[in-house]
Design a protein around this ligand. Structure first.
Ligand code: B4P
Length: 198
């Protein structure tokens, strides 16, 4: 059963802005079900599925995986997780088409997005974080600065309009994403609690 009191949030921001880092802390505090399309795709790659192989060649070039693929992954995840207190969408939606599909999927479940938390981080800081992450992550899409710049271009062109989509619905809160992980986490938590009590 889907709960009427469900609270769903999107953690939004450019690649390397800390969505994955902050998601881990938010799910352990609030018990959200974490849905990271990046993590799901990387697990398909590890398992060498056909979908994973197709995704890898796109991800390694800094490009997005087709909308219908990621929308299908999210549809399945929503259907497989009834009864959770809410979903934390991390790295999804990344295009306006994905956002519209998500809104429809939630509406079918009589639910909606409660808040979009938008992490703001300057471009040079993003590049330096991805270079550092490459040292430990083993992620092939982190290793090359050309690919990182491509991911930022794709973000500006295809993903930033998603913020506008939700701003029109008055759901977006911008958070400055530079500083200690704990300070940023506290700011995100404050926004969630404020919106939940509205
Ligand atoms: P994702 O897995 O979503 O990854 P990301 O955007 O690169 O990183 P994130 O913002 O989560 O940063 P993190 O916390 O790790 O996407 C990877 C690829 O998958 C995409 O390029 C695309 O090809 C594909 N994909 C995924 N979803 C898709 C979709 N919906 N549609 C189509 N394609 C899709 O932080 C980065 C680094 O910064 C870490 O090393 C971290 O330790 C560090 N850091 C975090 N917070 C910090 C802080 N406050 N100060 C200093 N460093 C910090």
């Amino acid at each position: 059963m889907w709960q009427a009191s469900m609270f769903n949030l999107i953690l939004f921001g450019p690649p390397g802005s800390g969505k994955g880092t902050q998601s881990e802390k938010l799910i352990s505090k609030y018990g959200f079900k974490h849905l990271s399309t990046g993590d799901i795709l990387r697990s398909e790659i590890t398992n060498k599925t056909a979908l994973g192989m197709e995704a890898k060649s796109l991800m390694d070039r800094g490009q997005l995986v087709p909308d219908e693929v990621v929308i299908g992954m999210i549809r399945t995840a929503l259907d497989n997780n009834p009864g959770v207190p809410g979903f934390l969408f991390d790295g999804f939606p990344r295009t306006t088409a994905q956002a519209e599909a998500l809104d429809r999927l939630l509406e079918q479940k009589k639910s909606e997005i409660g808040i979009v938390l938008f992490l703001q981080v300057p471009e040079e800081e993003l590049i330096s974080r991805m270079i550092n992450r490459a040292l430990t992550s083993g992620r092939s899409d982190d290793a090359d600065e050309q690919v990182q710049r491509k991911r930022l271009d794709v973000y500006l062109r295809d993903t930033l309009p998603v913020a506008k989509h939700y701003a029109q619905k008055n759901k977006v809160k911008e958070i400055y994403g530079v500083g200690s992980v704990d300070d940023i986490f506290n700011k995100l938590s404050e926004e969630i609690e404020q919106r939940k009590s509205d």
